[in-house]
Design a protein. Structure first.
Length: 154
């Protein structure tokens, strides 16, 4: 029995700003109105990041818009949320993030069955020339695809 996955949001800025070395899956601790808001796709991952405090991982500045009908049960949209991972995975990440230039960035948020999961990336920041090179490669690939389409038509 395979669980279905449905992507809620992706952090496209992270793929532009960082080299993704490894990817990890983590659960996230949410309240009920936040899950209802996620089902409507009302989340922003653009500037969020993770830190490890006393053996626990937390995600910061992930904006989940308040649920319209949530009234008193709504939480702060930018509150710090706890991520759920096995202790050995967290200990491994502590060692990796201590290295110079590495950070934990949420890459995507998705439903796996009825649970909300976060895909974390162990990332190293790109320099400006790396970003320019990636954009040039993307443009060249697009031009090649366009030329191949024209050749097939003609």
């Amino acid at each position: 029995m395979k669980e279905s996955t449905k992507t809620i949001a992706q952090n496209k800025k992270a793929f532009h700003d960082y080299f993704i070395e490894e990817k990890y899956e983590a659960g996230i601790e949410l309240c009920g109105t936040e899950v209802k808001s996620l089902r409507q796709g009302r989340v922003n991952l653009k500037d969020c990041w993770c830190n490890i405090v006393e053996g626990e991982i937390f995600v910061n500045s992930m904006h989940i818009s308040p649920y319209e009908r949530g009234n008193i049960f709504n939480k702060d949209p930018l509150r710090v949320r706890k991520l759920l991972m096995h202790k050995r995975e967290i200990n491994k990440l502590i060692g990796l993030t201590k290295q110079d230039g590495y950070s934990l960035i949420p890459l995507s948020l998705y439903f796996k069955g009825s649970r909300v999961k976060v895909e974390l990336g162990l990332c190293k920041g790109k320099k400006l020339y790396d970003k320019r090179e990636a954009m040039a490669q993307k443009a060249a690939k697009r031009d090649i695809e366009r030329a191949m389409k024209e050749k097939q038509r003609g």
